[in-house]
Design a protein around this ligand. Structure first.
Ligand SMILES: [Zn+2]
Length: 100
């Protein structure tokens, strides 16, 4: 690693120059609400509350996985015990030769 500049491996966001340039321009305070200049297009906007019921408690973080993802390591396609073909089981078997 000798002879290499550590800043070549770091994002420019972490550099001092970037931080200084962020505050180089003037930042004006918003002021009191009476002095706001709100455009008519913004005044015309009406924000409605969200549709539907708001559920109690923390929202679910995990997605409901389909059966082939639940145990991907041990997943085997279903196999018919009558005709031994994959993709259906004995109840939905449509193989007429061995369907007795
Ligand atoms: Zn079958």
């Amino acid at each position: 690693m000798s002879g290499l500049d550590v800043y070549d491996y770091c994002s420019t966001y972490y550099r001092k120059e970037t931080m200084i340039s962020a505050y180089k321009e003037n930042v004006y305070p918003v002021g009191s609400k009476e002095n706001w200049e709100v455009p008519d297009s913004v005044k015309a906007l009406i924000v409605y509350p969200p549709e539907g019921r708001i559920r109690v408690g923390r929202p679910k973080k995990n997605r409901c996985k389909p059966h082939w993802e639940r145990n991907a390591k041990t997943f085997k396609p279903i196999k018919c015990s009558k005709c031994h073909q994959t993709g259906h089981n004995r109840r939905t078997c449509r193989n007429p030769m061995k369907n007795k």
